[in-house]
Design a protein around this ligand. Structure first.
Ligand code: BG6
Ligand code: MG
Length: 226
């Protein structure tokens, strides 16, 4: 099947907002009286705000009412929004603008597929929006990754089938969502964490979309060549 679109996760793939999410969750944990480390934070990547809070509370062994959970999520989000409100285009990750330019020059469609309800602010602050045909974010989805909903909605917006799309993801839950949605997936980050992806690369620096296409079209299981 010919590949016609690249679908990109936002946090951790195109911009380094993962660090701001971590800072805000760690501050909440600290106020609740426990430490929250980067390894534990890995489980929060890609999953929705409320699902992230559930994991954080489980790590801290804390039980609270639904109402208190809503309040905690709001407090965390307010800190996070404060952190991202001063973002600039400089916070776009290395190699991303070049990769997106080449992707569009190659005639591929592009979509943002993010769990974040703060996607519009991030796109506006960084100027990333101009590269995308479609944006699907946490304001439009009801099921968090690893459910494939966000990717399937993007494919549907683009009038494409799942097998015509390739997903770029930095989170384990996101890789699983892509595969469950019957899409090929390039993991961005650590091979150890993203081992289920068809191919893992450290970042998009010096990557050529045409090499991604070639590798995907020549391999149906794991992609070994780039
Ligand atoms: C994802 C992040 O993109 O968005 C998660 O990887 C985050 O860490 C989720 O929890 C929801 O984001 P927000 O901005 O709606 O709280
Ligand atoms: Mg991510």
């Amino acid at each position: 099947m010919e590949i016609k679109a690249f679908l990109f996760d936002l946090d951790g793939v195109l911009v380094d907002t993962a660090k701001y999410h971590y800072l805000a969750w760690r501050k909440l944990a600290s106020q609740l009286g426990f430490e929250f480390n980067e390894e534990q934070n890995e489980r929060l990547k890609g999953v929705s705000r409320m699902a992230s809070l559930e994991i954080l509370l489980e790590v801290g062994g804390i039980h609270v009412s639904e109402q208190e959970k809503q309040h905690m999520a709001e407090v965390k989000n307010n800190w996070y929004v404060q952190l991202i409100s001063s973002m600039t285009p400089d916070e776009i990750l290395p190699g991303v603008p070049e990769f997106l330019n080449k992707t569009r020059q190659a005639g591929l469609k592009t979509a943002i597929c993010s769990a974040s309800k703060n996607t519009p602010v991030i796109l506006e602050r960084t100027g990333l929006g101009k590269w995308f045909d479609v944006v699907v974010d946490g304001n439009r989805t009801s099921r968090a990754k690893p459910d494939p909903e966000v990717f399937l909605l993007a494919a549907s917006d683009l009038h494409l089938s799942a097998s015509e799309c390739v997903v770029f993801e930095d989170a384990e839950a996101g890789v699983e969502a892509a595969l469950r949605g019957n899409m090929r997936c390039i993991g961005i980050g650590s091979e150890e964490i993203l081992s289920k992806a068809n191919k893992v690369v450290p970042n998009l620096k010096n990557m050529d979309p045409l090499d991604v296409l070639k590798a995907i079209q020549n391999n149906h299981e794991k992609i070994n060549s780039f």
